[in-house]
Design a protein around this ligand. Structure first.
Ligand code: NAG
Ligand code: NAG
Ligand code: NAG
Ligand code: NAG
Length: 330
């Protein structure tokens, strides 16, 4: 009984928050930045800061240059210095685009979001589209260990940032840099979805809301529904403190505000095409991307990524009739 009352109060609070947020937005005429100004002034915990107007101009020009011209879409990843050092995650990530079938062309559309200065400098040395996302008061230089306060701040900074990209009118494929690209993912995306994402475990249907989201790979179109959805997602960090973006997504994905009010069209991607080490793709004839997740520690991750690349090379060197599942080492 008490628990139920508590839930009702919390829901009412949430609804009230949404209503006041949208009312404020309605009366604030200052363009695409308005939500982020608002969120920074009302968020309690935050050392996160919205982008300065200058940074938005810079971001916009990078997105414009990098985007696929016919559909305003970019590929985005975030990078910190631990992943940026030579022979580390970034190099293997970029190597996969070059080795993959039909993936090299996406390098032209890839924007690397550097979370610190070292990552930015390394990006500039090896890639053409780099954006420095500054976050004052937080040190993202080291490998941010899962669920530490810095890790949480970094994941929320990312959600906030992706919301800005949508507001600027760009859709994106977000990919963690420990995702290996082997084939063109567009061939497996659902044409009629707003928001589609990879899963840790796939339950057999793209519409099953019980699928566990994997925040490391998703494809989001820019439209009113997704823009509002990212605002809602970002603001929900206050409703579920101490949870990272992916957990919060699992909590809000079936929320009536999302399904009934926004009518966001969500799809989950099959691990046969978008696999991870929680549930690897078993058939290299199908795989588009493989995520070196579900393993902890940098050395393990690098080891797994190298094995994936090696398996892909081996697979491609085989005559096509021998390209079957038996060569797998994952
Ligand atoms: C967007 O454009 C790219 C390159 O021009 C193309 O490969 C991709 O399939 C397009 N995606 C959609 C959803 O139209
Ligand atoms: C690459 O993809 C094309 C078309 O999807 C296919 O015909 C070809 O066999 C693939 N090549 C390799 C090496 O997998
Ligand atoms: C959002 O909705 C408004 C009116 O409801 C419409 O004018 C505008 O074009 C929409 N924007 C996008 C990106 O769909
Ligand atoms: C897989 O390929 C090997 C040769 O590389 C072959 O001997 C084996 O029968 C094939 N297995 C299947 C299931 O096709």
């Amino acid at each position: 009984m008490a628990a139920e009352t508590w839930m009702i109060i919390r829901r009412a609070g949430l609804v009230f928050m949404i209503i006041s947020l949208s009312t404020l937005l309605l009366y604030n005429p200052s363009g695409p930045l308005r939500f982020f100004r608002l969120s920074s002034s009302c968020s309690r915990s935050s050392s996160l800061q919205p982008l300065s107007p200058k940074a938005v101009v810079r971001l916009n020009s990078i997105l414009k240059r990098a985007s696929m011209k016919n559909n305003n879409t970019v590929v985005l990843t975030t990078l910190n210095s631990a992943w940026a050092t030579p022979n580390s995650v970034l190099d293997l990530f970029l190597a996969s685009f070059k080795l993959g079938n039909g993936t090299r062309r996406f390098l032209r559309h890839l924007v690397i979001i550097a979370m610190d200065e070292k990552a930015y400098n390394r990006c500039r040395a090896v890639h053409r589209h780099c954006f420095a996302l500054r976050t004052h008061g937080v040190d993202f230089r080291k490998e941010a260990y899962f669920m530490t306060p810095n890790y949480l701040k970094m994941t929320w900074r990312r959600i906030e940032f992706l919301g800005i990209v949508l507001q600027l009118g760009y859709g994106f494929i977000f990919t963690d840099a420990d995702v290996m690209w082997f084939r063109d993912p567009f061939t497996r995306f659902f044409p009629d979805a707003d928001f589609q994402m990879a899963c840790d475990y796939y339950k057999g249907s793209p519409d099953d809301m019980e699928n566990n989201a994997n925040g490391g790979f998703n494809y989001v179109k820019s439209n009113n529904r997704t823009i509002e959805f990212y605002k809602f997602w970002f603001s929900s960090r206050e409703t579920y403190p101490k949870h990272h973006d992916q957990h919060v997504l699992d909590k809000i994905k079936s929320h009536p505000y999302v399904s009934e009010k926004l009518r966001l069209r969500i799809k989950f991607l099959d691990t046969a095409y978008f696999g991870g080490l929680c549930e690897p793709s078993r058939d290299l004839n199908k795989v588009c991307t493989m995520h070196a997740n579900c393993c902890y520690g940098m050395l393990n991750k690098l080891h797994d990524m190298k094995i994936m690349l090696q398996d892909w090379r081996t697979f491609n060197s085989l005559p096509s009739k021998h390209r079957n599942v038996s060569i797998f080492t994952w």
